[in-house]
Design a protein around this ligand. Structure first.
Ligand code: BDP
Length: 609
């Protein structure tokens, strides 16, 4: 069971119990929990909602900035009638690492704060009795883990996170925790790959189970009518006149997988699947064979009080705002998001560039400062690289296993702003790209986002990318304010360079943006004012509109978000088109106007080849 990352769903054969609610919680600054028996009972806990990030609940700085081990405790009950089942606890996300104890016994360790893991429980639980669940988490940043940073120890002995990235190091049991009971023989995983052959739509599927009984697949349309079926662990279903999944026009079929013993159902698992193809051809990104232009955002999972904790209300609001503004896509900067976000993107027809937590791959105290100066940091030559690579590859596996069946996922972003100006990045990233390509049966395009200083003459790794994603800040970090005219010339100059270097790839702006105070208006504009944000955006779009290989614009950021405190950030990063509480800045109306008027196949180059 521990191998299965399938979303927890009850069915005729499966049981799911939600363990969310208030748990006990305690910081362990002296690292003494293990020696003092906290594995069965926390000595002086406070209450803590699960899921959530702990940082923004407390009123003192030591708690907000707390870095080190912290513990959770709760109780759960396992009914005796589950004795012949395989049972486990599923953590949708424990940032950044967790050790799990049941009734005092250590039963699992997991590294990586943004992907799920299941802890098998058989053998560790008491049936028909309460069981004690204790989780020791740790949020220290290290150069051999992702996201990358270091942990400093202050003179008073307190630890402090020093991220190499520009978002607050929120941690905790960020996403739901569930108790699962599955039949011993169960569906562990499956993949689908879609093929459009003239009028025929073929779905190649492959199911992994823990036994040898027969597997059946039945496919239902949105009216509940069965439209196809097949038998066998691997096979093809053909759907006549299939309604394809499209941008902002989603259609989801229900795929029901069953393990059967004669007519008895041993296990059943179903998933809503959008049928579509995605591919890159020349400088086009093709969805179902037709070019698409990405309009949208780099986002964060970030909200008031709950930090990076699962927040369904904010998820809902964000999708409503993205629809209002006429966006069609977003990037999950800078880590895999909650599974429910991909489900909603599937349902609403949004295209997702799915990013891994490989961020901060450049030695830096504040990502945004060092990113601009171009000083080499020899990041990929550090001795921590072999270990970092191992963790990175495991994270790629978990990301792709978790998300590969979502129609919304149209590309994998395998790193954010790695230091690709140095040759040593190439062998490292080659291994990461090779692993991703080997795992995705849909062969989606792979990319990384390119940092500002990795210009066409300096980047050593862009050849790995199927889509080139650029993070560029001309007019903000480079030649901002009154010099914006020069910024535009520099910007155009760089793009001419790219035109020469990569003649046959689509480019997407995965970041561009200007910090903006929601209350500041200035005529004439100055940097930080709402007027400047719009002028800056107009300049960027003028540039994008004049290069036909640019196939998308995802502005940084959807909403203001929290970062470390410091001289460059006023209550966080303010590049949001919306405020942190999801209200529009002036730029939101500007975007709505632009995106409503851009055709869905803007810059269709097919007839030019
Ligand atoms: C880029 C990073 C992003 C930052 C952004 C900024 O990818 O995480 O928040 O710059 O400075 O370098 O706003």
């Amino acid at each position: 069971m521990s191998q299965s990352l399938l979303y927890p769903k009850a069915s005729v054969s499966r049981r799911v119990v939600d363990l969310c609610g208030f748990w006990k919680f305690q910081f362990d600054p002296e690292n003494k929990g293990g020696a003092e028996g906290w594995t069965t009972k926390l000595p002086s806990p406070v209450s803590m909602p699960v899921p959530s990030s702990f940082a923004d609940f407390f009123t003192d700085k030591d708690s907000r900035e707390y870095t080190g081990d912290f513990w959770y405790e709760t109780e759960f009950f396992v009914p005796g009638e589950w004795r012949d089942k395989e049972i486990g606890i599923r953590f949708a996300a424990a940032a950044h690492r967790a050790v799990v104890f049941v009734n005092g016994r250590e039963i699992a360790v997991h590294e990586g704060g943004f992907t799920p893991f299941v802890v098998p429980l058989n053998g560790a639980v008491k049936w028909d009795e309460p069981n004690i669940l204790v989780v020791k988490c740790n949020n220290e940043l290290r150069e051999d883990r992702i996201p990358v940073g270091v942990t400093a120890t202050l003179q008073n002995g307190r630890k402090m996170a020093k991220p190499y990235f520009d978002f607050f190091n929120y941690a905790g049991l960020l996403r739901p925790v569930t108790l699962l009971a599955l039949p011993k023989e169960h569906i562990a995983d499956f993949t689908v790959r879609h093929e459009l052959k003239g009028a025929d739509t073929l779905v190649h599927y492959s199911v992994e189970t823990t036994g040898d009984n027969v597997v059946n697949l039945a496919v239902f349309d949105e009216d509940g009518k069965q439209v196809a079926s097949a038998s066998g662990k691997d096979g093809i279903v053909s759907i006549d006149n299939a309604r394809l999944w499209n941008v902002r026009d989603a259609y989801l079929y229900k795929f029901v997988f069953r393990i059967l013993d004669g007519s008895a159902i041993i296990d059943e698992y179903s998933e809503d699947i959008g049928i579509r193809t995605v591919e890159v051809r020349g400088t086009d990104i093709l969805l179902n064979g037709k070019p698409v232009y990405l309009k949208g955002f780099g986002k964060h999972e970030d909200s008031d009080s709950n930090g990076r904790g699962y927040n369904p209300a904010v998820i809902k609001r964000d999708f409503e705002l993205m629809k209002w503004i006429s966006a069609n896509s977003f990037r999950t900067a800078h880590y895999p998001y909650s599974e429910e976000i991909y489900q909603m993107a599937d349902r609403e027809g949004f295209l997702v560039i799915d990013e891994i937590a490989a961020v901060g791959m450049m030695t830096s105290t504040l990502n945004f400062m060092d990113a601009a100066n171009g000083k080499p940091t020899a990041f990929f030559q550090k001795e921590t690289m072999p270990q970092l690579l191992q963790n990175h590859l495991t994270a790629v596996e978990e990301l792709i296993r978790r998300d590969r069946n979502h129609a919304c996922v149209v590309a994998w972003c395998l790193a954010n702003e790695p230091e690709t100006t140095d040759e040593s990045a190439l062998p490292y990233l080659e291994k990461v790209f090779a692993r991703a390509r080997s795992l995705d049966v849909q062969k989606r395009p792979c990319t990384f986002t390119s940092l500002m200083t990795a210009t066409p003459d300096k980047c050593k790794c862009v050849q790995l990318c199927d889509i080139v994603c650029l993070n560029r800040y001309y007019g903000w970090y480079v030649k901002g304010g009154y010099e914006i005219g020069e910024a535009e010339l520099w910007f155009r100059g760089e793009l001419e360079g790219w035109r020469k270097r990569c003649t046959d790839k689509p480019f997407v702006f995965s970041e561009y943006g200007a910090d903006t105070d929601e209350a500041l208006h200035k005529l004439p504009s100055v940097m930080w004012s709402q007027e400047y944000q719009t002028e800056y955006l107009e300049m960027c779009h003028r540039v994008f509109d004049s290069f036909d290989f640019i196939k998308g614009e995802q502005v940084w950021n959807f909403a203001d978000f929290m970062t470390v405190e410091g001289i460059m950030r006023v209550g966080g990063n303010k590049k949001g088109v919306f405020t942190r509480d999801r209200q529009p800045k002036a730029a939101a109306f500007y975007f709505k106007n632009r995106w409503e008027s851009l055709p869905g196949d803007y810059k269709d180059n097919r007839n030019k080849r």
